[in-house]
Design a protein around this ligand. Sequence first.
Ligand code: MGD
Ligand code: MGD
Ligand code: SF4
Ligand code: MO
Length: 732
Amino acid sequence: MSTAYVTCPLCEATCGLAVTLDGATVTEVRGDPDDAFSHGFICPKGASLKALHEDPDRLRRPMVKRDGAWCEASWDEAFAEIHRRLVPLVSEHGPESVAFYLGNPSSHNLGVTLYGRAFYKAVGTHNIYTAGSVDQLPKHYSSGYLFGDPLSIPVPDLDRTEHLLLLGANPLVSNGSLMTVPDAKGRLKAIRSRGGKVVVIDPKRTRTAEAADEHHAIRPGTDALLLFALLRTILHEGLAHLGRLSEHVNGFDELAALAAPFTPQAVAPLTGISATDTTRMARELAGAERAAVYGRIGTTTQEFGTLTSWLVDVLNVVTGNLDREGGAMFPLAAAGQTNSQARQGSSPPKAWRHGRWHSRVRGLPEVMGELPVATLADEILTPGAGQVRALFVVGGNPCLSTPNAQRLGEAVQTLDLMVSLDVYLNETSQHADVILPGPTPLERDHYDVTFTQLSVRNMANWSPAVLATDQPQEWQTMLRLAGIAAGQGPDADVDALDDLMAAQTAAHYQLDPSVAGARRGPARLLDIMLRGGPHDLTLADLEAAPHGVDLGPLAPRVPEVLRTPSGRIELAPEPVTRDVPRLAAALERGPSGSEHLVLIGRRQLSSNNSWMHNLAPLVRGSNTCTAQVHPDDAERLGLRHGDDAVVRSRAGSVTVPVEVTGAVRPGVVSIPHGWGHSGGDTRLRVASAHAGVNTNVLADDLFVDALSGTAALNGIPVTVEPVRREEPSWTG
Ligand SMILES: Nc1nc2c(c(=O)[nH]1)N[C@H]1C(S)=C(S)[C@@H](COP(=O)(O)OP(=O)(O)OC[C@H]3O[C@@H](n4cnc5c(=O)[nH]c(N)nc54)[C@H](O)[C@@H]3O)O[C@H]1N2
Ligand SMILES: Nc1nc2c(c(=O)[nH]1)N[C@H]1C(S)=C(S)[C@@H](COP(=O)(O)OP(=O)(O)OC[C@H]3O[C@@H](n4cnc5c(=O)[nH]c(N)nc54)[C@H](O)[C@@H]3O)O[C@H]1N2
Ligand code: SF4
Ligand SMILES: [Mo]
């Protein structure tokens, strides 16, 4: 028997887990009580790493479709097939005919994070799509303009704040996002125990709302109005105090005019939150000793996602809470964070900007090098130069997770080539020609390069693979694919390419690659990055600390963290404020009729987006796919608890069981995403028995945040009507 300590890579919380082994068999996965950050916290998903590892449906060998039927193939055969089909396609139609969709697990995977870009770059296409455009892209957009780096995202200093205003987030279920925080529940409780206050803005009385001091059931999509009203009140009542930030801010004087129309009285009929409550919230926020405003999925994947994301940080700035203890702060990660590296190139730095290119069909702007996935189907289906003919899906399930999913599902079937890097034969990968499976989290080295950059405490934790595997690691797969794209054929020298990656990484940090000794792969790159990072660590330091290295609480970083040409925070950047008139127009239109229902999403503790429903421990009990409606709406529409209803939007319709609950506000329907395991050509025996419906059939690909093109997955107009049971027929 032995115990290994790993960081869970399934969500952003980065919990430390203790994996007990009997030889090569996992006997138990528990929270690691000695973990320097998570102190033993674990959720049902982390506990199911054993079930994931042992799932008989999980792919262990490449799959190649021949004459419409799946065959297991050797790795050499699979790469040869990709080579045979990709190379002529690119030489005939050019690199733009290839698209990538990078899903959520690709950002939780060290090998893919560090090596994927070798492949994407070698192809050289602008058709890059990620789960970011159904998630946090508006936050990158606003941060890019506010702070000069789209990855400079302030996180609430949860352990020291006295007042947390939380919008469109349910960390008690999601375990936090754009805020790396194991045990959000304990940390929110601690705010209240030390006399602080937690206020939740959410159309649903979520677990987080229940654990808060105050909950306001906002009408979906109206957060920008609410935040503007808070801003206006603070400015109007002279409550703004920039404090130390005043010498680091531009644009403060423009805010009052922008906020002018959005009085608490004017926005109240739209937000559904009274002017009295709004005014009081503003005063309490401004008056709190240390406060932080934080918004998540409910604020980014909505019609005014970028304005809302921007206003969150504007409020943090004008209340003097940005970059101060207990406010919203910038983490300082040990490795890979661009805003802690020496400025490259010109001085002063060039302004960050979006829209350097646009999507071919709808003209939607690039943000951070990617195009909105809401238009991927258009790019596949619309003929002409630059039409997408090949798609590589890297750890993603866009046929369940992106808007107008049915249309995308139809579109991918018209591709000349589709390759999925995936561990399951699921709703998306079933349409692929080749599937390349990666090893499980227990079979790969891990360090969370991405989410340590968003951590509420500066942390570093290295997890070597617990179990051996004869499958290639995904970084090796990426390099072989890069070799194909770079014209080196299907058998590129992976070691040589890895040396090249190490040399490039070392050059970036002005180090010699030999500093990492005999290490190879991600361990070598990470060692170089740690050495070049701000905490003066080496991988050996982390190897000596299996429970993680605590680098302390967040510390103020302004102005050093800023990358704007002015060297200041740009509070009123035009590429953001240009959308204010659209919001003002919405205010003028006033509230829509109360008969109007809107759809929102919800996360469930035992789900992980779309892909863990094949694990029996996670589909027990209440983890089911239902449409939650308020009792008043149920009564009005003749909906009965447990009966099926048809939910319709412009994009499509689904039939789903109704759950009548007072937890959602009237006028709102809530359906979780990630369900709809419909069978087809998939190999998901457990998930198929708990299929549910795909709510993204309802999500509208034309309904996007105007600035960033991010899908508005919340606030979608729908109708709901009961499915009448057939009356028994007496005529026989
Ligand atoms: N309506 C609605 N839709 C939403 C959301 C919502 O709130 N409402 N949320 C959105 C958000 S925030 C996100 S992030 C997206 C997620 O959207 P996606 O990233 O497209 O979907 P996932 O369900 O995360 O799919 C992950 C895929 O990766 C595979 N996978 C798992 N582990 C590995 C691995 O180690 N290697 C490889 N190569 N593959 C692996 C899984 O089998 C699965 O196919 O969904 C979005 N969709
Ligand atoms: N258990 C579990 N954990 C997860 C995931 C999962 O699928 N399951 N997914 C992971 C991923 S990829 C992400 S990005 C994070 C997301 O992390 P969170 O954003 O914390 O997750 P959600 O539970 O979707 O919370 C969004 C909340 O916004 C509310 N909402 C909807 N529309 C609006 C609106 O217009 N305004 C406001 N103010 N609120 C609104 C919803 O009711 C919901 O409570 O979770 C991660 N963690
Ligand atoms: S909260 Fe996230 S990181 Fe922690 S055990 Fe659960 S899935 Fe893993
Ligand atoms: Mo996400």
